[in-house]
Write a new protein. Structure first.
Length: 409
């Protein structure tokens, strides 16, 4: 057949992904969670709240109140970018009660604290800028900074967390835009930065002109010991710290309610960035969260969570000596969701995970949490979403996987 003489069809191939995604790997946590959805698998992989502790009746009533006659015209409508005024007021009051004086105007409601990190990266980071982080560090934060084109540089850490004395030399050499930290019940290690180091960090930041991003999703899940003040509340850090948190770990993650508390100098830019991202967080979810906080006792709810999670932590930590290879070390967190394990030299957590999945138990290898040189002998275990009996069964399976891995070596 003769050619029609018209233009040749254009290729149906999709456009190439943006260069900023080139070095951003998919989260192995998400991938492992997908592998562990089949019935019977006991997963220590995800940092998941226990679903049986969700206050479904309270939330059902909160949504009903938010949708009541006289309310739904507002709660189902577009809203302001900054967030529901009642919710901002409740969040500010909660932070103030925890030792961080906050006005509602200081708060920007976000779609989970992950969006707060994305907004901060969009506002503060140019491609090629440096961000300081703990080593290891929260995996999704590393992804966020990498997608913004940042160079991510670790601060030396020990069993108490980051070393503030190492920061001045890093600032001189790397000229970082900011430091990102999870100082309380850290993800992935579970450790908590002591007050003396927090105070030193605040003073160092003021002296060298460093901005701090303080992420606190787990701080209210304390099982022993006394609360430690927010870095943002300490002298030197008050006007140079962006504080983040969320309702995901203390209420439910499905609401996707997070927030950031920012100094006035940054708030306008953060609001504009959120406008460009999604206009505002779900109006109805914000209204329901505000109703829940006004009508329910959050302190009592968190006390109930801690009463369940503490024995689960004890069940996990107490049995690791009989589960892991001789010479392994692990953290003993005072709260939060995670225990960090370092296997003996020569062990590879990826190889152990293969054997573990065959035994229908899972965990997260630790190497993706490292911004530079990974330690392949590390792994993270979460204890919150399984009963003590399930934890015992899971550790029996993990013990068998350790033996399988040793035999294969």
């Amino acid at each position: 057949m003769a050619s029609s003489g018209g233009p040749s069809p254009l290729s149906a191939a999709p456009p190439a992904a943006a260069a900023r995604l080139r070095d951003v790997a998919s989260s192995p946590v998400r991938e492992i969670l997908a592998l562990t959805q089949r019935p019977g698998v006991i997963s220590f992989a995800g940092g998941l709240p226990a679903p049986e502790l969700f206050d479904a009746p309270g939330l059902r009533a909160a949504f009903a109140a938010a949708l009541a006659d006289g309310q739904f015209g507002r709660t189902l409508q577009y809203s302001t970018t900054e967030g529901d005024p009642a919710l901002r007021t409740a969040v500010a009051a909660r932070l103030g009660a925890r030792g961080l004086p906050t006005d509602p105007e200081d708060i920007l409601i976000t779609s989970g604290s992950q969006q707060a990190l994305t907004l901060i990266a969009a506002v503060l980071i140019e491609p090629g800028d440096t961000v300081l982080v703990e080593e290891p560090s929260y995996l999704a934060a590393l992804q966020c900074f990498q997608m913004a084109g940042a160079r991510v540089v670790p601060v030396p850490c020990d069993d108490d967390g980051l070393d503030p004395e190492a920061i001045p030399a890093l600032v001189r050499r790397e000229r970082p835009k900011l430091l990102y930290t999870v100082p309380t019940f850290h993800n992935p290690t579970g450790r908590t930065l002591p007050l003396e180091r927090r105070a030193a960090l605040a003073q160092v930041a003021a002296r060298v002109g460093l901005w701090i991003v303080e992420d606190d999703p787990y701080g209210e899940l304390r099982y022993r010991g006394e609360p430690v003040p927010h870095v943002a509340s300490l002298p030197g850090a008050e006007d140079r710290t962006i504080a983040l948190s969320t309702l995901s770990k203390v209420l439910v993650p499905g609401l996707r309610i997070g927030w950031l508390r920012a100094p006035a100098a940054l708030r306008r830019a953060l609001v504009v960035a959120k406008q460009a991202a999604d206009l505002h967080t779900s109006t109805i979810d914000q209204a329901a969260a505000a109703h829940w906080l006004a009508s329910c006792d959050l302190d009592a709810h968190i006390a109930g969570l801690c009463a369940v999670y503490a024995p689960r932590r004890d069940a996990l930590v107490g049995a690791l000596g009989d589960t892991l290879p001789e010479g392994s070390r692990w953290t003993r967190p005072d709260g939060g969701m995670f225990v960090w394990v370092r296997l003996p030299d020569g062990w590879d957590a990826d190889e152990l995970l293969k054997a573990a999945l065959e035994r229908e138990v899972a965990f997260v290898p630790g190497w993706p949490f490292f911004p530079q040189q990974p330690d392949r002998a590390t792994l993270r275990l979460s204890f919150t979403s399984h009963s003590e009996a399930e934890i015992a069964t899971g550790l029996d399976r993990l013990r068998a996987a350790v033996l399988d891995t040793r035999r294969r070596a």
